[in-house]
Design a protein around this ligand. Structure first.
Ligand code: MLT
Ligand code: MN
Ligand code: ZN
Length: 291
């Protein structure tokens, strides 16, 4: 199984276009860029699935050689998209995929409803390509030999869908290579570390985890906001580091970093704390080979 980390930033990316905070200015100065969170995964190296569709998708696809069409064809290796939420930073890239000849979108019922009713992107891109909306279920096996397990991790709706009913608005996936048995968990938004999450990561080789904020009061200190990280649906890295100690055999990588998070910068002293826990920050375009 191969996983290409296409983007590692939370909504807005780094630097954010309308932000002149210290962190965004520093990123600009040093040429550090992080695009918005999503990844591509393949069991056989030929058939690929996107997990989330970020607003930066076009640039991300062009930067990943394995996602280019074979020369002389218009055949994309991208077979479908799985969504972990209906948030705009995970779904705006669906617009970019309208040029595909067909598109299968796997998501929970609530997420599909949001994409039908509040942000009717499925219908809109249905005018350009053949869209198939599949409800994600446990026991799904993707082409190329990847078994998918899914668990709900949160009920935070996107702001644009605040009036919609439903549940499982935010999910985590465990992908298992049906040949080698190697597995990866992807949980870019994790409000709290609960029992079901503990079970789904048990024995996983790699866990890509919510790294939006470093600390609970990060936004309070950087922008005067009164919203702690966990109230925004994101367990801070510092709290997650306590939990990962129980899983010494798994490799933990943090993704979906907000531009206020000091760990977006490669030379931040805060990396020592992450390294000491045996974890790291995912890099843009990082390739994970699980064989
Ligand atoms: C989130 O991760 O909490 C959302 O994407 C927030 C947003 O960008 O609106
Ligand atoms: Mn987000
Ligand atoms: Zn900023």
């Amino acid at each position: 199984m191969r996983v290409r980390v296409l983007g590692t930033a939370a909504g807005g990316g780094l630097p954010q276009w309308n932000c002149g905070c210290e962190s965004c200015c520093r990123a600009e100065e040093l040429g550090t860029q992080r695009t918005q969170d999503c990844l591509a995964i393949s069991g056989d190296g030929t058939t690929w699935y996107l997990v989330n569709a970020s607003p930066d998708l076009r640039t991300q696809l062009l930067a990943a050689p394995e996602l280019r069409p074979p020369p002389g064809t218009r055949r994309t290796p991208v077979e479908g998209v799985l969504l972990t939420s209906a948030e705009l930073d995970h779904t705006l890239g669906l617009v970019t995929l309208r040029e595909a000849s067909q598109l299968t979108i796997y998501a929970t019922e609530g997420v599909h409803r949001a994409l039908r009713e509040a942000f009717p992107i499925t219908e809109i891109i249905g005018n350009y390509t053949a869209v198939r909306s599949e409800q994600i279920s446990n026991g799904l096996v993707l082409a190329g030999g990847i078994a998918v397990q899914v668990i709900g991790v949160g009920d935070k709706r996107p702001r644009y869908a605040s009036g919609l009913a439903g549940h499982d608005w935010v999910v985590a996936y465990r992908f298992t290579d049906t040949g080698s048995g190697r597995s990866l968990v992807y949980a870019p938004c994790l409000p709290a570390w609960h029992e079901a999450f503990e079970r789904i990561i048990d024995g996983a080789d790699t866990v890509l985890l919510d790294g939006t904020f470093h600390t609970e009061d990060e936004l309070t200190r950087s922008s005067g906001s009164d919203r702690p990280a966990s109230s925004m649906g994101h367990l801070p890295i510092r709290a997650a580091l306590q939990e990962i100690a129980r899983h010494p055999k798994s490799r933990f990588l943090f993704t979906h970093l907000n531009n206020t998070n000091p760990l977006v910068h490669p030379d931040a002293p805060e990396h020592a704390e992450v390294r000491a826990a045996g974890a790291a920050i995912a890099a843009e375009r990082q390739l994970l080979v699980l064989e």
